[in-house]
Design a protein around this ligand. Sequence first.
Ligand code: ADP
Ligand code: ZN
Length: 429
Amino acid sequence: MDKEFLHKEEMLSRDELENLQLKRLKQTIAQAKQSLFYWDKLKDIEPEDIKDIEDIKKLPFTTKDDLRNNYPVGLLTEPVAKMVRLHVSSGTTGTPTAVLYTQKDLDIWADLVARCMYMVGIRPWDIFQNISGYGLFTGGLGIHYGAERLGCLTIPAGAGNSKRQIKLLKDFRVSAIHIIPSYALHLSTVFEELGEDPKSLHLKIALIGAEPHSEETRRRIEEIYGIRAYNSYGLSEMNGPGVAFECKEQNGMHIWEDAYVVEIIDPNTLQPVEDGQIGELVLTTLTREGMPLIRYRTKDLTSILPGGCKCGRVHKRIDRITGRSDDMIILKGVNIYPMQVEKVLMSIPEVGQNYLIILEKQGYIDQMRVKVEVKDEFFVEDMRELKKLQQKIARKLREEILITPKVELVEHKSIPRGEGKAIRVVDNR
Ligand code: ADP
Ligand code: ZN
């Protein structure tokens, strides 16, 4: 194997890795205290108080609100003049938060992303198309610099303009892509429209992430394009992509623990939960210079997968993200995650590539309506057939979410789709 990208950190034993974490955590605390925010927040803690990595529990949490309240530069540990890049989170759940990077931060980030790409089999001779919004969103430049760092010919295709995406994929015999899963499904409908088969491309690998998606969606993407698709997790507060990534086993995402400390907590009690239990992901940066974050509450829900990975890496694995804690829908007293709906829909062959959950009032009663695109070949004239399909979808959804939603079947491509992360829920209540 190409040694350059098999970082020594990837081959460490658990003890060696934890020693490295301890050393870096102490450095991070010292570094963080250079910022106004942590100077105050960590006033009772010195790096020497941390004797082993478990002592991280002595440190306070950092929240999204802390970032918002200290916007734009209150968490910087170095003068603004030393920063060379700024990103802003997509603002999916409110006011955006800004993240600034020094040159060293960018170099380390590119390395982390290159490592992820190498892990799933991408090599310098691959042609890589980054189908992702460039700009403030970290999925563009973040993946871009990682791909260049690995040595791939990197096509900064950006988001949208599906026909041009397809032309680039064909003209340059692209072998690997980065794409948001909902857009990968949408793009397949454009292939269909053009009468072309996505399987005829040279494509082998897709990195899919930036939004929650189910195993069923991954399988769909793999089948449609005849490729392997790997889940990629990151958030701008932790650099962006490259935080956790699936290996070839496709069984959970390894967190690069030489760069991040991972914890899962109960969001109510703030106490750690056992491996295997779902809770809120909390991350601490270990190699960030300009804007280190300590025990950052991501609001993303997942669990640590117990046991080792067949690939041999000792870096812990997290399960795919169920959603954000604020994504939870409470309907008639039942808690539902949009991901549960997606899982069911994507396992039904007649269902097309897009759907939308609408929450509304019917009289005084809250009600869920699920708009479901149906594939052309199943969108038949025969009302009885459609009725049967509608009932089948409603029944399968009920088995999963315990309430019966209204199912509205719509034609292929009739639910509008933006260029970024898909909007899955509209709350009209
Ligand atoms: P925003 O939080 O405004 O969307 P980011 O662009 O930083 O801003 O997005 C990070 C968030 O995107 C994560 O906290 C998580 O909720 C979601 N996300 C990123 N990658 C994945 C993934 N592979 N699976 C599920 N959710 C993901
Ligand atoms: Zn693995």
